[in-house]
Design a protein around this ligand. Sequence first.
Ligand SMILES: [Zn+2]
Length: 87
Amino acid sequence: MMLIHRHGSPCPFCSTSDVRPSRPRRLEWLLGLLSIRPHRCRLCNLRYWTLNLRTAPRLLLAVVVLAGAGLLLWWMLTAAALMGTPG
Ligand SMILES: [Zn+2]
């Protein structure tokens, strides 16, 4: 299960702050580029990811905003096309 939480937040399962950074597996270092880092809870052993908004690259934010705007535009065009279809 993919769980992404705010950086510095406690364990999402047992709410303890006794968590430690986890070593990224395989392609997880790519997430590190997005300031998403794996952590593991010492109590319940749950592995989850945190997103550090402070260090999240602004470029990424711009990409997300542009992607959202593109998606919205696509949705509007699709809706317009559907409305224009008779029947
Ligand atoms: Zn826990």
